[in-house]
Design a protein around this ligand. Structure first.
Ligand code: ATP
Length: 216
């Protein structure tokens, strides 16, 4: 059983890796694809180039056997739609005749609250099971139709032989965001508590996020 944790990772921080590892431990997932959203359709373009974000993601995953940096959205031209990614993964799996379990798409509540603006969002939920994480300090209100949608699909335990289930997990998360990290770096403050050492080193070496334009 695999998990997928998508993000712009601008930059990847310990909140991301901690969240992915916590869900893997809680649900017994053998690996999590840390999927770089290269050209997201539902949010502003990232502050840093795809190349830098990809390199930082690889560095952050290097110390964790069960985290796999995944560049399939970088390799695919055009907008990085989650629906296309999940459909491609499902097609790969069926042609390889691999195990029949459905992937778990993991996302923070702030990101989940925007899902109705994602391309073919109803269908996304039929290609995977969704795990929504409470994120400290980032509670975003959810539209009524989304609350109802969730209520119809929520489960207490995921049955990996099926898709379309939703689970909220209230695991302890780290209170950090990439926006905060960029902000601190632009002010010349240390954020080493929130970044893998190799990622900190990379940011220093390439002098990333040193201007105020790189914050929001
Ligand atoms: P930004 O501040 O630029 O919006 P971010 O820190 O939210 O960035 P993203 O790459 O946008 O990071 O998020 C990728 C995914 O990680 C989203 O589903 C988001 O909700 C989740 N996430 C980000 N930070 C945390 C955290 N500290 N704990 C749990 N989930 C997180």
């Amino acid at each position: 059983m695999i998990g997928i944790f998508g993000g712009t990772f601008d930059p990847v921080h310990n909140g991301h890796t901690h969240a992915a590892l916590s869900v893997a431990a809680e649900l017994g997932l053998h690996s999590i694809h840390m999927l770089l959203s290269a050209r997201p359709g539902h949010r502003a373009p990232s502050h840093t180039s795809n190349e830098h974000r990809w390199k930082m993601l690889q560095l952050a995953c290097a110390d964790h056997d069960n985290l796999m940096a995944d560049d399939r959205e970088l390799q695919r031209p055009g907008t990085s739609y989650t629906f296309d990614t999940l459909a491609a993964m499902a097609a790969e799996k069926s042609s390889a005749n691999e195990d029949k379990s459905h992937p778990v798409w993991i996302l923070g509540q702030d990101s989940y609250a925007t899902i109705t603006s994602w391309y073919r969002w109803h269908e996304i939920t039929n290609l995977c099971n969704l795990v929504v994480l409470d994120r400290p300090g980032q509670l975003t209100s959810e539209a009524h139709n989304l609350v109802d949608f969730f209520a119809q699909r929520q489960c207490k335990k995921i049955d990996h032989s099926k898709a379309g289930q939703m689970l909220r997990l209230a695991l302890p998360m780290q209170e950090v965001s990439a926006t905060f990290v960029r902000q601190q770096l632009s002010l010349g403050q240390s954020v080493s508590d929130h970044l893998a050492p190799q990622v900190s080193q990379y940011i220093k070496q390439h002098q990333l996020y040193i201007t105020t334009e790189s914050i929001v």
